[in-house]
Design a binder for this molecule. Structure first.
Ligand SMILES: [Zn+2]
Length: 82
């Protein structure tokens, strides 16, 4: 529960930052909860390929998913915010 509160706070802070820097290039981001996972993991990277690598590493270490199946990969790609 503490983690969820923290994540919420972090999200709010990030949103404030976004308002401050308008016109700044948006980095691709992904959150496990976006695909319905009960997990506070969030990742951002400068490129989508780098982000997918971070997600694959997380899936392996935290969810014991290795390799990520194609249908899940498609779901993740759809959930990635660009
Ligand atoms: Zn996760």
């Amino acid at each position: 529960m503490i983690c969820y509160k923290f994540c919420f706070l972090e999200k709010r802070i990030n949103n404030y930052d976004d308002e401050g820097v308008s016109g700044e290039k948006q980095m691709p981001s992904f959150a496990c909860k976006d695909i319905g996972m009960d997990c506070p993991f969030k990742a951002t990277a400068s490129t989508e390929a780098e982000l997918m690598k971070k997600i694959a590493d997380h899936a392996k270490s935290a969810h014991k998913i290795d390799p990520v199946p194609a249908d899940l990969m498609a779901k993740i790609k759809k959930a990635v915010k660009k």
